[in-house]
Design a protein around this ligand. Structure first.
Ligand SMILES: C[S@@+](CC[C@H](N)C(=O)[O-])C[C@H]1O[C@@H](n2cnc3c(N)ncnc32)[C@H](O)[C@@H]1O
Length: 219
């Protein structure tokens, strides 16, 4: 499929505008996909007391499941560039009285991360995974061997046309880097070891998991 040049590569300001519009209804829109979140978070294999980076955390829909595993002695660092999405994440944290969730409202590429984490979650964060600087900033704040899990849209095999119809519609609505849907995970995958893939929605959604290895430079 020919993608117009203006849609090549992630466009941070377009993504910001997209999620400013969506913030109000985002949680309802995602409801159908919650089982995938559970599968993704299970693959992080979090232990009580661990620290996790929730990259592109949106409204904080993953926080409860992460907190259930980390407990009060663990820590969640949510990174999100959209103030409207972040405001909802912040409200969620206050409502739950969590004192171990820190929120950084900044692009993933430039966010100040004050820790070396045990794990990183990229749940439906296609644009972030297409930005080398964002991946670099997150990975350099992980401990060697940290678990990394990413999920998102990808092209299903060509004969799975109903799945691909969904992927196209969902991608037009939620990502700006449309050209990379064949291998949306490839930049991250190069930096990991022991990589495993699962799929959902007839192959139209991937769940990638692996361990960060600082020696796998990928460059
Ligand atoms: C589809 S939402 C996923 C939100 C959340 N991970 C979830 O599971 O519900 C993608 C999120 O990534 C954020 N985002 C997109 N590009 C970003 C960037 N460069 N840096 C930080 N956040 C970004 C968007 O604002 C949006 O909240």
């Amino acid at each position: 499929m020919q993608i117009p040049a203006r849609r090549r590569g992630p466009d941070r300001s377009a993504a910001l505008a997209q999620y400013r519009r969506r913030a109000r209804y985002y949680d309802q829109e995602l409801a159908l996909f919650e089982p995938i979140r559970e599968q993704a978070i299970a693959r992080l294999r979090l232990a009580p007391g661990a620290t996790v980076l929730d990259v592109g955390c949106g409204t904080g829909l993953s926080f409860q499941l992460l907190h259930d595993r980390l407990g009060d002695s663990g820590r969640i660092v949510g990174i999100e560039q959209c103030p409207e999405m972040m405001a909802k994440a912040c409200a969620r944290v206050h409502q739950a009285h969590w004192h171990n969730v820190d929120l950084v409202c900044a692009p993933a590429a430039t966010a100040t991360i004050d820790t070396r984490a045990d794990a990183a979650l990229f749940h439906f964060t296609h644009d972030i995974l297409r930005e080398d600087a964002a991946i670099e900033n997150v990975l350099t704040h992980l401990k060697p061997g940290a678990r990394v899990v990413a999920t998102g849209l990808q092209w299903a095999p060509p004969w799975m046309w109903p799945a691909n119809g969904f992927v196209m519609a969902a991608a037009l609505y939620s990502v700006t880097a449309l050209e990379s849907l064949a291998r949306p995970w490839d930049k991250l995958e190069r930096r990991l070891r022991y990589v495993e893939f699962d799929t959902a929605l007839l192959g139209g959604i991937y769940i990638l998991s692996g361990s960060y290895s600082p020696t796998e430079t990928g460059h």
